[in-house]
Design a protein around this ligand. Structure first.
Ligand SMILES: Nc1nc2c(ncn2[C@@H]2O[C@H](COP(=O)(O)OP(=O)(O)OP(=O)(O)O)[C@@H](O)[C@H]2O)c(=O)[nH]1
Length: 807
């Protein structure tokens, strides 16, 4: 690559900034890597005053020079930029279009003013090229130039101190020592004459400029001497110009080399808009833009980072161990790269942009972190459930064990979240942990509730078993002691089961109120078992009453079946049996689990059994019926099983259905009495014995008569059995006659047929005996059932009673 590469037109003659040219130039000379170690030198001076010639000799550049033989005309248009050769640190050299050209106007927007301001803004050293013979001259060519420089300097807010190096060309024999004071005086005069803003009225020139003077021999006449002076004297002053005590000014507004392109573009833009330049603000602005750019580059490089991309992908599916450590190192790398690139920019801007970058990166990473915590939470919850359920099947539910298990897995979560923690930021995983804790608690609670209801159901079943059958038995044998006995039983069994549940509940560590609740529920369950049993029994009360009645009525005190001989007091027996049945009704009329304060038995006894007591008249019953009510006195509605009116109707039904048994008994008694009366008086028996003596003797003498009588008896007995005459007459005399008349002929035929059949078989006598036995059994069965029975069907509205007769 030739020397030409190092020079480029920065701003053309029309004031257009060559952005791409500058960017290429910067890449070419690797300016971006210089940081703050670079200097900018520019040269101003009249047209064709040998500026380019000086720069090329001083810095080894190749700015265009005028050909000496072609005459004087402007060669440099706009502003050119090149890099000085063999000068440390990197020194940029700007060659400006010459002043006092006739082509340009004189107003504020004139190109030479704009370029002078630009040069002052970006340069550390400004060379002012002037002819030696102009010194002390009123009409010197450099006077308008200096005026311009000083004027535009006022347009820089808080300007930095720039070095003005006056290069006196074509030095004469007059020594520099003599020339310099005259020059400085000239400069001071110009400075004083320049209109200044109020704030800088009294500001001395030295505040803004560092004035240096150097004189060179004529390049045209003493070229060798010129070259020697340039190389051996002047060039040395540009080495390490930015070091303390170097040629450069105070460099207050300098921007890092990587911001040079943007900074100079902005300067030119503002100058073109004819605005004043605020160097500190400009510095901050360049830093802001550049740091932002660097930050964005770092975000882009982070997003494209392969390691991060792999991480992000893996996290979509599952928890990745070592997340925090790995991500911290990627972020760290990114941030330190930023630090390195932004190091020379304004510290305030750099730091705030670093924070922005950091928060952007963390924002990018945060969803992955949250996802990771989500995976960690799910994993931990699953592991907790597994371990908890395993312990549950082994040891049953225990609140303490559940707590320990939760603690272990919460600690596991803590470890996992520590592993996921990023060093650059302290993200708080407590919300996720809280959610995990809530989920764990919900699981424990649901298991606990299931176990609790299982336990309660077990104890309820136990209590049901302990109560149901004994209560049924107690109610079955209803007496005065029934309810006290039931109460005692209920109390005893409930106490036992409740204490069992109480000790089983200790593992659940329930609060006092909940425990009390459960125990009370169990107690209530016991009561409800008793109550439902009582309801069941009340539904069957009519059958029970009839059973009790028939037991007491048909059996004597020794439980032996009664034979109605005629001596029994049927009325008294009936009364006893009915009053026992009434007691049963009274017992089942209400639930008495708390106390026996009701007056049901008395009321019933008064209204149902004692109606026929001496002194009780029909009128008094009619005028006051204690059963004409739907509720009992002192018995709450929910404890009433059979209301007074129901009792009354049941009693009526009971009486109607037992009436027949009583009538039967009375009939049997009367029949018995009649049977006993059939025997003739003793005198008739004596007469019969005396008068029938002859017939008796005839029979004794002729046993054939006895055989005939025996055969007649057998035939008669056969008819009795076959026609089931005894059963037929139980249904009444007339129906029996009708039934017997229809059955008479078939029975004769049947007997004859059987006789014929039996005659053909050798075992005939045994069959006949069997035949004789059968009807006897049947008749005894029918006697048992004849006591009558009824059935009860229960409907939603309560028990319904129906009599078997009706059926
Ligand atoms: N007398 C004299 N002439 C010089 C000197 N240095 C250069 N020249 C001549 O001055 C003429 C202009 O030289 P340049 O270097 O092109 O001057 P310039 O100031 O860059 O010109 P513009 O870019 O057009 O403003 C050339 O013919 C040079 O030979 C010098 O020291 N003394």
């Amino acid at each position: 690559m030739g020397d030409a590469c190092f020079s480029t037109q920065l701003i053309d003659g029309d004031g257009v900034f060559n952005v791409s040219g500058l960017d290429n130039f910067m890449k070419e000379v690797k300016l971006g890597e210089c940081g703050l170690s670079y200097a900018v030198v520019s040269i101003m001076g009249p047209q064709s005053s040998g500026k380019s010639t000086l720069l090329n000799h001083l810095f080894g550049t190749n700015f265009r020079e005028m050909d000496a033989f072609k005459g004087r005309s402007q060669t440099t248009k706009g502003i050119w930029l090149a890099k000085a050769q063999n000068i440390e640190p990197c020194t940029l050299v700007m060659d400006l279009e010459g002043t006092d050209g006739r082509e340009r106007g004189e107003d504020d927007t004139a190109f030479e003013k704009q370029s002078a301001l630009f040069a002052l803004a970006v340069s550390d050293i400004v060379l002012i090229n002037m002819w030696c013979h102009d010194i002390g001259r009123e009409q010197a060519a450099n006077k308008p130039l200096l005026k311009t420089v000083f004027q535009v300097m006022m347009r820089l807010f808080s300007p930095r101190k720039t070095t003005l190096l006056f290069v006196i060309r074509d030095k004469s024999k007059t020594p520099l020592e003599n020339l310099e004071p005259i020059l400085r005086e000239d400069i001071q005069k110009i400075w004083d004459a320049v209109p200044k803003p109020h704030a800088h009225k009294e500001t001395p020139l030295s505040e803004f400029f560092n004035v240096e003077v150097v004189a060179l021999s004529s390049y045209e006449e003493k070229e060798e001497l010129f070259k020697e002076q340039v190389v051996s004297h002047l060039r040395a002053r540009f080495q390490h110009s930015i070091a303390p005590g170097g040629l450069a000014g105070d460099r207050r507004g300098v921007v890092p080399a990587s911001g040079f392109s943007f900074s100079s573009q902005q300067f030119w833009k503002i100058i073109k808009e004819n605005k004043d330049l605020d160097l500190p603000a400009h510095k901050v602005m360049v830093a802001t833009v550049r740091c932002e750019e660097i930050g964005n580059e770092k975000v882009a490089s982070f997003t494209a980072d392969e390691e991060w991309q792999q991480f992000e992908e893996a996290i979509q599916h599952d928890y990745v161990p070592g997340f925090g450590k790995k991500l911290s190192s990627i972020l760290d790398r990114c941030l330190s790269e930023y630090d390195m690139e932004a190091i020379y920019f304004d510290e305030g801007v750099r730091t705030s942009k670093r924070q922005q970058l950091e928060s952007k990166l963390l924002q990018l990473v945060n969803p992955a972190y949250q996802l990771l915590l989500g995976h960690l939470r799910t994993r931990t919850l699953e592991a907790f459930k597994e371990s908890f359920d395993k312990a549950l099947t082994k040891e049953g539910f225990a609140a303490a064990a559940a707590r320990n298990c939760m603690q272990t897995f919460l600690e596991q979560f803590d470890k996992g979240s520590e592993d996921a923690a990023i060093q650059q930021v302290k993200w708080d995983p407590s919300k996720v942990k809280d959610k995990l804790k809530r989920d764990m608690e919900a699981h424990v609670a649901s298991v606990r509730n299931a176990k609790l209801s299982e336990l309660c159901a077990k104890y309820e079943a136990q209590l049901t078993k302990a109560l149901a059958e004994p209560v049924e038995a107690l109610l079955d044998s209803a007496s005065e002691d029934t309810w006290p006995a039931i109460r005692k039983l209920l109390q005893r069994e409930t106490k036992a089961v409740v204490s069992g549940l109480e000790s089983a509940l200790s593992a659940f560590e329930l609060d006092e109120a909940s425990e009390k609740d459960l125990l009370a529920k169990l107690e209530n369950h016991g009561r409800s078992v008793v109550e439902s049993k009582a309801k069941e029994e009340a539904g069957r009360v009519l059958i029970r009453m009839k059973d009790r009645f028939s037991t007491l009525f048909s059996r004597d005190a020794d439980s032996m079946p009664r034979v109605w001989t005629g001596k029994e007091d049927i009325k008294a027996i009936t009364k006893t049996a009915r009053s026992a049945s009434m007691k049963l009704l009274a017992t089942l009329a209400a639930i008495r689990l708390d106390e026996d304060v009701d007056n049901i038995e008395n009321t019933l006894s008064l209204a149902l059994v004692d109606t026929a007591r001496p002194g009780t008249t029909d009128r008094s019953i009619q005028s006051f019926d204690p059963l004409a009510s739907s509720s009992w006195e002192r018995v709450p509605e929910d404890k009433t099983l059979i209301s007074p009116v129901q009792c009354k109707s049941l009693w009526r039904q009971f009486k109607a259905e037992t009436e027949y048994t009583v009538t039967q008994a009375i009939a049997a008694q009367e029949a018995n009495k009649r049977n006993n009366n059939w025997l003739p008086p003793p005198w008739a028996l004596a007469a019969m014995a005396i008068l029938g003596f002859n017939e008796f003797m005839t029979l004794l003498k002729n046993p054939l008569y006895l055989g005939v009588i025996f055969v007649v008896f057998l035939v008669g007995k056969a008819f009795w059995v076959q026609l089931d005459i005894a059963t037929e007459f139980q249904n009444g005399f007339l129906p029996a006659l009708l039934s017997l008349s229809t059955k008479f002929v078939p029975t004769i035929m049947n007997i004859l047929k059987r006789l014929a059949d039996e005659g053909q078989r050798p075992a005939a006598p045994e069959r006949q005996r069997e035949m004789e036995l059968q009807p006897t059994n049947r008749s005894s069965y029918s006697n048992v059932t004849s006591a009558g029975s009824s059935s009860v069907t229960t409907t939603e509205n309560g028990p319904e009673y129906s009599s078997p007769v009706a059926k």
